[in-house]
Design a protein around this ligand. Structure first.
Ligand code: FNR
Length: 398
């Protein structure tokens, strides 16, 4: 199947599955432990219904959204994902270019293969930079300074990886960090010759360019990945790190991965401007709630003071609309973009973004809502929201 024939995001997943060695597909597709968190992410959307209104003029639909002072063509964006160069060389640059052309944000992971500075040249208006705090304070400060120097507009700090998680598909497939080809992996990969050829032609394991300056100019890709493995995850990271970064970073700053309304409230108190409400796509704490489940409580706690972006399990235009009704300004997604880039390079990512744009447009029309920004909880038929008990939202505001 040609990528243009993918009629939904699941089709793109199927295409990527055919084109990637199993170890690669499973690395992207998998989650932690029993992968219940992944399932919970999808189930959370199906619990909500959208209640349509008719006899309203919907011949023109608007889905542009404004985020941090900039207008984007759709309420969607690409979540940050590390090591994307393993699925296709230059995957970071391709995703950035597709996001630029579709006028949506691309969150570049600090664990990318392409260097932040190079990705900024491709899409200076669309790249947001996501970083994890490392065990090394100087490097944390330097990453922030590099983002300032190349004029990144939005900084995102991910906080939901205090330690590596239990990804059993990776263990079974022999995926180790840094990635190394073993005979068993080579044998299976031969069933996907296009991937093998690209991998070999570009020199094997791709360099994590952002970290090369810290490893020395002569460091090999595996040395740099080893260094990265000593710097992250950083289990000692605390609110103190957030305060330091807030003081150093002059622009809009988001935290990605908070799920508790009290944490959201604390972030707002420290001057953080937005949250990516996320359970890391079910890849970290398998027993964590779906991010969509927590969104209404987080919106009640900080929705008037912060931009909320929902991530984890978003696969349909209707998911984006539901998230908007529950308090998110926009949604981002990770695996679908990687499947797009693996299956078809930049056009594959463009196709994923186009499918989502078209689905949102159609859902708005079906609902009788001409402007995405007019959506609210009034458009939903939902089960009662489960509350944390005691829910300290009122107390927080007091
Ligand atoms: C991720 N994710 C992630 N998040 C982050 O903040 N920094 C990172 O470097 C990565 N790396 C990464 C690699 C891969 C292969 C995947 C699939 C995911 C998590 C990502 O940003 C996002 O939270 C999830 O992908 C969202 O879930 P969906 O959309 O994939 O269901």
């Amino acid at each position: 199947m040609n990528i243009q024939k993918a009629i939904n995001l699941e089709d793109m997943r199927t295409l990527a599955r055919r084109r990637l060695p199993r170890i690669a597909f499973d690395f992207i597709d998998g989650g932690a432990d029993d992968e219940r968190g992944m399932q919970r992410n999808r189930d959370a959307f199906s619990r909500h219904c959208l209640l349509p209104r008719y006899l309203r003029d919907v011949s023109k639909r608007i889905q542009t959204v404004s985020l941090f002072g900039r207008s984007y063509a759709s309420p969607i964006g690409i979540s940050p994902t590390g090591l994307a160069g393993l699925w296709r060389p230059d995957a970071d640059l391709m995703q950035a270019a597709a996001a630029r052309d579709a006028n949506v944000p691309f969150l570049l992971s600090s664990a990318s293969n392409a260097a932040l500075e190079d990705v900024m040249k491709v899409a200076p208006e669309h790249v947001w930079f996501q970083m994890y705090c490392t065990t090394n304070e100087q490097i944390n400060a330097d990453l922030v300074q590099r983002a300032i120097a190349c004029q990144v507009k939005v900084l995102v700090i991910s906080v939901d990886v205090p330690v590596n998680s239990n990804r059993e598909r990776n263990k079974r497939n022999g995926f180790a960090r840094p990635f190394r080809m073993t005979p068993a992996i080579v044998l299976e990969a031969l069933g996907h010759p296009a991937w093998v050829l690209r991998y070999l032609r570009t020199g094997g394991v791709p360099m994590m360019q952002n970290w090369k300056p810290y490893a020395g100019q002569n460091a090999a890709a595996t040395d740099v990945a080893d260094l990265y493995g000593t710097l992250t995850p950083a289990p000692m990271v605390s609110w103190e790190h957030i305060k330091r970064i807030r003081a150093a970073w002059p622009g809009p700053m988001l935290i990605k991965g908070l799920l508790h309304p009290e944490d959201a409230f604390e972030a707002a108190r420290l001057g953080v401007n937005g949250l990516v409400v996320s359970n890391h796509g079910g890849r970290q704490l398998d027993a964590a709630p779906a991010s969509l489940e927590m969104l209404p409580m987080i919106a009640a706690a900080v929705g008037d003071r912060m931009e909320l972006i929902l991530d984890s399990g978003v696969r349909r235009g209707s998911d984006v609309v539901i998230a908007r009704c529950l308090g998110a300004r926009a949604c981002i997604f990770g695996r679908p973009s990687l499947f797009g880039v693996a299956a078809g390079g930049q056009p594959g990512v463009a196709r994923v973004l186009q499918i989502m744009h078209n689905e949102i447009d159609m859902v708005l029309a079906q609902m009788g809502c001409a402007d995405f920004n007019d959506l609210s909880a009034d458009w939903l038929r939902s089960p009662p929201v489960h509350r944390l008990h005691p829910t300290p939202i009122q107390a927080l505001h007091a």
